[in-house]
Design a binder for this molecule. Structure first.
Ligand SMILES: *[C@@H]1O[C@H](CO)[C@@H](O)[C@H](O)[C@H]1NC(C)=O
Ligand SMILES: *[C@@H]1O[C@H](CO)[C@@H](O)[C@H](O)[C@H]1NC(C)=O
Length: 237
């Protein structure tokens, strides 16, 4: 095994060295969409169908909002695992798209995929896949071994049940993979609401993919635009 001092390994030595907060940087990051296929998505039972479809679209859209080099890959997409949703392909028409047709399970074992990741020149990798303990974690662990700093998007990785998700996440975490959802990843990539992309680009993204947050913004916006306090409200302020 190749050994290099990745930020994750350095961070795990925090108790001796002092803690280093390993942060995403949109200039250093690439996005991997791994086997988010229509057939495979039927295996996902740790999220509802609607929630998970939203999360895989949100994952792919991170590449658009933050202008990240994005790589798509599928496994047996003319076979049982099915196509990648057309929305994802349409979002990334120029992205390298590696079809693993009845061959390696771990995308890292495919030379074209490895070459595409290396060609990005990025050291931080954000990935998500179906299923969590196979497509996400095999690739995440391979990337860590190779010296990359890895973020697994846990909203957009799904599997048969919660226990398997917990097992896979624990295994990745022990190897130094950062586990975060769409909101955490988006906020770390943005860093500051005044940046570009910042509030102007990220709020519309959240409005589509994370309405929990955009409802807060919409309510505030409407109130500022044309709101009045009703009896009883003033005393709450
Ligand atoms: C991100 O990385 C670039 C170069 O890779 C660097 O110039 C920049 O300062 C970094 N940004 C932050 C917020 O750390
Ligand atoms: C603003 O609020 C008033 C009532 O307070 C309402 O009559 C009006 O239609 C509202 N305008 C808009 C643009 O929502």
């Amino acid at each position: 095994m190749k050994f290099s001092l990745t930020p994750a390994i350095l961070a795990s030595a925090a108790f001796v060295q002092g803690f280093t907060f390993d942060r995403l940087n949109k200039s250093d990051a690439a996005l991997l969409v791994v086997d988010h296929q229509i057939g495979l998505s039927q295996l996902v039972r740790d999220y509802s169908v609607v929630e998970f479809r939203n999360s895989i679209l949100a994952h792919a859209a991170l590449g658009k909002v933050f202008d990240l080099p994005t790589i798509l890959t599928t496994s047996a997409d003319t076979g049982p695992n099915g196509a990648l949703p057309k929305e994802i392909i349409e979002m990334h028409p120029e992205a390298p798209f590696i079809h693993r047709q009845g061959e390696v399970v771990d995308a890292w074992d495919n030379p074209d995929f490895r070459a595409a990741v290396k060609a990005t020149g990025k050291k931080q990798i954000i990935l998500a896949g179906i299923v969590t303990e196979v497509c996400t974690s095999f690739l995440a662990l391979s990337l860590i071994e190779e010296g990359y700093d890895v973020w697994a998007n846990t909203d957009a990785s799904g599997t048969f049940n919660d226990k398997l998700a917990a097992d896979a996440n624990r295994r990745m975490e022990q190897a130094g993979v950062h586990l975060m959802g769409v909101f955490g990843i988006a906020m770390d990539l943005m860093r500051d609401w005044r940046n570009t992309p910042g509030a102007a680009e990220v709020l519309p993204y959240l409005d589509v993919y994370l309405p929990q947050y955009s409802l807060v913004a919409r309510a505030h916006g409407y109130a500022v635009d044309n709101g009045t306090l009703i009896p009883g409200e003033a005393q709450l302020l």
